[in-house]
Design a protein around this ligand. Structure first.
Ligand SMILES: C[S@@+](CC[C@H](N)C(=O)[O-])C[C@H]1O[C@@H](n2cnc3c(N)ncnc32)[C@H](O)[C@@H]1O
Length: 288
């Protein structure tokens, strides 16, 4: 029933190429082959590769199944319309981010995840599980919770329940530099209940921001030939020091009415986008 549920929720069309991650012995694979034009399965374990190929041997499905033996995190993903994955939960996060960055865009991914991980993906500001994973995922994709799969559906039963989710990439993608975005949310979700001021004005954070600031200003100076405020550019040029340095810029941003007293735990995507824009406008960057 679980396998059939996953196949139904994936709404596969007869023209689709489906990428299945971790086919194992092929329980899901054969059902996908019933619906899709082609299934490309990525399987790490050579014994499982043999099993799944044996399962379709001599059937009509043999021609529509292609198996790539390898680690899904390392191989170049093939073209696909729909991804279906039932994979070990340790690789949920890296696989999710590989899919979120994958191009060309695919129609959807239907993935079985650990219940708590799935809840994190859709958590909203103020929820206990709201975290960096929530905002990063929601920035790049729309996630729907499809069905809960209790632990007793498995033999032997694992310690946790599972959940099937559907992921659709946002198209067009958001106009934001993801490294900058992730650099900022990583910092503020480190201590999500602290104010932005408390998190972003610690000595260690300011040291990193200062370093990034110098790198960006030096690049800008090199490109335009201008001497940028406060920065010693390689070759000996110096500019006028900004009073208070990067710390003053950070304090100026976190004191803006939109951000004063705010904490990551209660901020939504628009708040983070606006915050990042204010920093970047002042030359404060979160990726080097
Ligand atoms: C939980 S089983 C899924 C079995 C099958 N999909 C089913 O529903 O009956 C996970 C499968 O993922 C494969 N796998 C684990 N890590 C992988 C990786 N990094 N890349 C590709 N396959 C992987 C395992 O070898 C195993 O066959």
């Amino acid at each position: 029933m679980v396998v059939q549920g996953i196949v139904d929720k994936a709404a596969i069309r007869s023209t689709d190429v489906v990428m299945e991650v971790g086919p194992g012995t092929g329980n899901l694979t054969v059902k996908l082959l019933d619906r899709a034009k082609k299934v490309v399965a990525v399987e790490y374990d050579v014994r499982m590769v043999r099993e799944v190929l044996k399962r379709v041997e001599g059937t009509d499905h043999a021609r529509s199944l292609h198996v790539i033996q390898g680690d899904v995190l390392k191989v170049a993903l093939p073209f696909f319309d729909v991804c279906v994955a039932n994979i070990p939960y340790q690789i949920s996060s890296p696989l999710l981010f590989k899919l979120l960055a994958h191009r060309p865009m695919f129609r959807c991914a239907v993935i079985m995840l650990q219940e708590e991980f799935a809840q994190r993906l859709t958590a909203k500001p103020g929820d206990d599980l709201y975290c960096r994973l929530s905002v990063n995922t929601q920035l790049l994709a729309k996630v729907d919770q499809l069905m809960k799969v209790g632990r007793n559906n498995f033999r032997p039963p694992p310690k946790v329940d599972s959940r099937v989710v559907r992921i659709e990439l946002r198209n067009p993608p958001p106009p934001v530099n993801f490294n900058e975005w992730d650099g900022l949310v990583r910092l503020v979700f480190n201590r999500k209940h602290k104010t932005l001021h408390a998190v972003l004005t610690t000595k260690s954070v300011l040291t990193v921001l200062e370093k990034n600031f110098k790198t960006y200003m030096a690049l800008r100076g090199k490109e335009s030939g201008e001497v940028v405020a406060g920065i010693e550019i390689e070759g000996g040029k110096t500019g006028v020091p900004i009073a208070g340095g990067v710390k003053a810029l950070v304090e100026e941003v976190v004191a803006l009415p939109a951000f004063e007293g705010k904490r990551a735990a209660k901020m939504d995507l628009d708040d983070f986008l606006a915050l990042l824009a204010e920093f970047n406008q002042r030359g404060v960057h979160f990726s080097s």
